[in-house]
Design a protein around this ligand. Structure first.
Ligand SMILES: NC(=O)c1ccc[n+]([C@@H]2O[C@H](COP(=O)([O-])OP(=O)(O)OC[C@H]3O[C@@H](n4cnc5c(N)ncnc54)[C@H](OP(=O)(O)O)[C@@H]3O)[C@@H](O)[C@H]2O)c1
Length: 231
């Protein structure tokens, strides 16, 4: 049975067509949040959530015009949570030198630059005491990189972490906190069938971490259990 409590809180989940973003949109809505969730192209799984507290929107974070159009369509709306979930791992099974410059650059742009540009576009839509969250990864930790692998992806998430910290300094007067979240290793298209966690376990953990973080103004790098990760 769904526990639908009217919290009055509002979330913008960016990259919710499948995987973790889809799970986050569904879970926040189940917990009574009003959710705006974005897809790039039609996602039947996301669209079936329409009417359950989820409004489906369209945006490609790599496309400035698309982000600007979303900004216009959501004009006047504020959010307790803006969560940029979208990410790619193109050819991340290969070492950096075996991947073309164009693909390495695209992974960097999508994972490390576009989320920050999106945040800039929506920074003034985050409610006081709210949260700006980015989907990072433990692979983005420079300190914890003792196993290598996932080279272009790993570097892009490290860059996302550092770009988010620069964003935090640039917005030092903000009245919201900034979260870099590691969802665990999760069975999605990206995580693969061998991953440790199902989507529900990861998403329920992240939702609890976000709830606990509300009202903070600092920058934190946490996993889905709320454990602090080394930068
Ligand atoms: N799964 C894991 O184990 C794991 C671990 C650590 C971190 N993460 C991170 O968690 C996030 C979600 O991953 P996932 O496992 O759910 O992967 P996924 O199943 O591959 O889903 C990726 C999502 O990102 C969207 N996306 C990609 N590029 C986009 C763009 N330019 N604009 C808008 N949306 C875009 C995709 O949309 P389309 O359907 O249109 O492609 C899809 O909704 C990613 O940032 C990933 O790096 C995942």
């Amino acid at each position: 049975m769904t526990d639908r409590t009217a919290t009055g809180r509002r979330a913008l989940i960016v990259g919710a067509s499948r995987g973790l973003g889809l799970g986050l949109a569904e879970t926040f809505a189940e917990q009574g949040w009003q959710v705006v969730a974005t897809q790039r192209s039609s996602s039947p799984e996301l669209e079936r959530l329409t009417g359950t507290g989820v409004r489906v929107e369209t945006a490609d974070i790599d496309d400035d015009a698309s982000v600007a159009a979303l900004q216009q369509r959501l004009n006047g709306q504020t959010f307790d949570l803006v969560f940029v979930v979208a990410g790619v791992a193109t050819e991340s099974d290969k070492p950096l030198h075996a991947v073309s410059r164009a693909v390495n650059a695209q992974v960097y742009l999508t994972n490390a630059v576009s989320p920050i540009l999106f945040a800039e576009a929506f920074a003034d839509r985050i409610a006081p005491g709210g949260t700006l969250a980015f989907m990072s990864s433990v692979l983005g930790s420079v300190a914890l990189n003792e196993d290598g692998g996932w080279e272009n992806y790993r570097a892009s998430k490290a860059a996302l972490n550092t770009n988010a910290r620069s964003f935090a300094v640039r917005h030092a007067e903000r009245d919201y906190g900034i979260l870099l979240l590691h969802p665990g290793w999760v069975r999605t298209d990206m995580g693969g069938a061998e991953a440790d966690l199902d989507v529900a376990t990861s998403v329920n953990g992240m939702v609890a971490v976000i709830e606990a973080f509300a009202g903070r103004r600092d920058v934190a790098y946490l996993d889905y259990r709320g454990e602090t990760l080394a930068w």
